[in-house]
Design a protein around this ligand. Sequence first.
Ligand SMILES: NC(=O)c1ccc[n+]([C@@H]2O[C@H](COP(=O)([O-])OP(=O)(O)OC[C@H]3O[C@@H](n4cnc5c(N)ncnc54)[C@H](OP(=O)(O)O)[C@@H]3O)[C@@H](O)[C@H]2O)c1
Length: 373
Amino acid sequence: MIGALRTPAQQLVTVFGGSGFLGRYVVRALTRRGYRVLVAVRQPELAGHLQPLGTVGQVHVVQANLRYPESVAHAVAKADHVINLVGILQESGRQSFGRLQAEGPRLIAEAAARDASVIHVSAIGADAGSESLYAHSKAEGEAGLFAARPDATVFRPSVLFGPGDGFFSRFAGLARSLPVMPLAGADTRFQPVYAGDVAEAVARAVDGTVPGGRVYELGGPEIRTLRELVEYVLATTERHRPILPLPWSVARIQGTVLGAIDRFSLGLMPKDFVITRDQVTLLERDNVVSEEARREGRTLEGLGITPTAAEAIVPSYLVRFRKSGQFDLRRAAPSEAPDDLAPRSGAEGSNFQPDRASGPAVGQQASGGPRQP
Ligand SMILES: NC(=O)c1ccc[n+]([C@@H]2O[C@H](COP(=O)([O-])OP(=O)(O)OC[C@H]3O[C@@H](n4cnc5c(N)ncnc54)[C@H](OP(=O)(O)O)[C@@H]3O)[C@@H](O)[C@H]2O)c1
């Protein structure tokens, strides 16, 4: 309704978790459309990378922490739309699943104005009956959100990919360091989804073209087992490493031990090596879009978004994990992959207008005159 009355430039979108991996894509998708964006972060001084995602003055940063309700209320006070992307994969100190993922969504929804739209990113696998604290807290968060705002929109993605992701890049990093790849949940199925596609779905919800009061499940075009995905990473990075599938009993011990070492070392252990007991529990369930969501069109395809294949994006950022990096790459046709973080010339929300740019136009010499034969 707000969107029908006002242009995007007249609407303010507050994004919690906008400094994270998915956050950059969401902020970019919003600025391209022309929205004004207020990114709510815990440490504004570390959020300088967000400003260039919009035009001058389009992106602002405000200090907020989901553990402090007053800061949340302050961040949403003038918002026409509120997006929550806050999530953690493991607890540390006061950063608990309960505070952030179970209570956070409701806190945000209650603080938002009644006529502001509320959009929340949860995760496939959210399940109130799950033994995983992560999955349980995600389900609790959704329930609390809908109790406060039955018209909220919830997106549950499968595992996300894109430059800087914590999935393909993580296995590529492990393959660089380890002689074998021990793998918990080798047969568990995933449906990796491009972060740019999820951001597009979120931005459409802000536009008002996604019916609210529903849970959407977002997956990519292909379903693969974890073993197949790791094989793909090894092939792409040209590493020959045997994959060692771990029985669940061993994987649980590994999770318990590594999780404890990580806790007692105060998080100093390299993140790529850490897998917690809770994450092993998560791996026991497939992470794919449900048949029900597909039937009811609560998917990317149902929203009219064609999911991007991993093969179109992943090789471009895994190349640095090859022994020789990009130096022995054969010259290939330019990738068709969309660069969602690059400014689009002349696009709405972009201030890059090549015809108005200073400097020589294409086909002209630096002196400004037409190219001499
Ligand atoms: N990545 C995936 O594969 C995946 C898959 C399924 C679902 N999801 C969900 O998608 C969402 C975004 O994921 P992501 O990969 O972008 O995560 P991410 O990169 O870890 O970003 C998490 C964000 O949460 C913020 N945050 C953490 N604690 C906070 C607090 N106490 N108060 C306010 N903000 C806080 C972080 O801000 P700071 O800068 O302050 O740390 C960061 O911006 C999460 O809900 C996640 O569960 C992700």
